[in-house]
Design a binder for this molecule. Structure first.
Ligand SMILES: Nc1ncnc2c1ncn2[C@@H]1O[C@H](COP(=O)(O)OP(=O)(O)O)[C@@H](O)[C@H]1O
Ligand SMILES: [Mg+2]
Length: 390
């Protein structure tokens, strides 16, 4: 299996991984490839770097996909056989839309204006993750796209994304909600706390999480939301159906740093437990190790002990300038050591992965990847035919 086959063979591709590794960039690049291949593609990005957002035409936050005009492709020397649509997750907007869809009409305005709701929709842990999945479901249900690429939020723990629907479900679980319906609150805060220690604990947690202590607001929120909760579990089940569906592929993005690779390994284990198996791995910002073929006896490794020899070669090539030659040679030896360390860690990481999962490496480019041409330049590495780890 290759990453090319993984992307070609699925309608939904989720780019997951720790924060800062290149998830948003890889998601955009995969989507661009889909559109160049003739698919009607949409990419749902979350917090794209500003310059990437600009080149995807995402100046303003709005929750509908916008098509990237042919002229923008043309200006970068690209001609898509399909089309590329991009959108940015608008967390607050997505919550409001959810309320509008599911809440009983008479309760809508009350929920939307409720300060507790406004706070919850912005700050509830997992809210962004949940809304990304909710948006994915809507895109999948629309039937408008042949390829949906989903970026995931910049959480440190990528697992948050996979567990978000259930955590939201647990939070909204009826056994919790029943404590919040109005009659209980008439007794007041202290009386309520006396009723049940766990309720007190819960309220303190909610206060901490939201900064809102006005119980009336919270009570009113849950009372008006109760109609919505009836639909919620079904919605959460639906979200998991989509995530676990045969048309969905999870691709983990990682950098070659030790901690990040460990996180990726943990994520891959958890994914199979959650029945959302990993379909591909992108190792991003990998430093290439130069391996000259002729250095037989000591293998192909270049180390600090080779600096003098290399400096001599460089000096000849520069026609003198021993200072520059030495600095360049040292820099090269350091780079080799860095790249060697990465490739050892990568080898170890591959050995722990399920068989048949393709692993591709993308080099650390000299510049940030923020326009269509740079995203297209990643394709040779992503789809260049790298084979599965044996
Ligand atoms: N292979 C690469 N080489 C150089 N820069 C990269 C590479 N991949 C990503 N970047 C840059 O790294 C930064 C973080 O990438 P991003 O995709 O936003 O990470 P994440 O979404 O995982 O937080 C961006 O500025 C992006 O342009
Ligand atoms: Mg990102």
């Amino acid at each position: 299996m290759t990453l090319r086959e993984v992307v070609a063979g699925h309608r939904i591709v989720v780019s997951a991984g720790s924060g800062g590794v290149g998830k948003t960039t890889v998601a955009a690049s995969l989507a661009l490839w889909g559109s160049l291949q003739g698919r009607r593609t949409v990419v749902l990005t979350i917090d794209p770097a500003k310059r990437l957002a600009t080149s995807l035409g995402l100046e303003t936050l709005d929750s509908v996909p916008r098509e990237i005009p042919a002229a923008v492709f043309g200006a970068q020397g690209l001609t898509p056989a399909g089309s590329l649509w991009a959108m940015m997750l608008d967390q607050k907007g997505a919550w409001d839309a959810l309320v509008e869809r599911h809440a009983p009409p008479e309760a809508r305005a009350r929920i939307l204006e409720n300060p507790f709701y406004q706070h919850l929709s912005q700050t509830f842990a997992g809210s962004q993750e949940y809304m990304a999945i909710e948006q994915l479901c809507l895109l999948a249900e629309s039937g408008d796209y042949d390829l949906i690429v989903v970026d995931t939020p910049p959480t440190r723990h990528a697992l948050d994304f996979l567990e978000a629907p259930q955590r939201l479900g647990d939070f909204l679980d009826k056994s919790v909600i029943k404590w919040f319906v109005k009659p209980y609150f008439n007794a007041g805060w202290s009386a309520l706390r006396a009723v049940n220690r766990s309720v007190g604990f819960l309220l303190r947690r909610i206060e901490q999480a939201t900064g809102i202590s006005a119980l009336a607001e919270i009570s009113d929120f849950f009372t008006s939301m109760s109609g919505l909760f009836d639909n919620f579990q079904a919605r959460i089940d639906k979200a998991y159906d989509v995530l676990r569906g045969a048309e969905t592929a999870f691709v983990v993005v990682s950098s070659p740093e030790e901690q990040v690779l460990e996180d990726a390994e943990y994520l891959s284990t958890k994914m199979s437990e959650l029945r959302m198996p990993l379909k591909g791995v992108v190792l991003n910002r990998v430093h290439h190790e130069f391996r000259p073929a002729r250095r037989g006896r000591r293998g192909a490794e270049v180390g600090p002990e080779d600096v003098q020899e290399i400096a001599a070669v460089v000096e000849r090539a520069l026609g003198g300038r021993p200072g520059d030659a030495e600095e360049l040679a040292t820099n090269f030896a350091d780079y080799q050591a860095l790249a060697r360390g990465e490739s050892l860690r990568i080898e170890q990481f591959r050995a722990g992965l399920p068989r048949r999962v393709p692993v591709v490496t993308v080099p650390n480019f000299a510049r940030d990847v923020h326009d269509l041409a740079a995203l297209a330049a990643m394709h040779a590495h992503l789809f260049g035919g790298a084979r599965a780890a044996a």
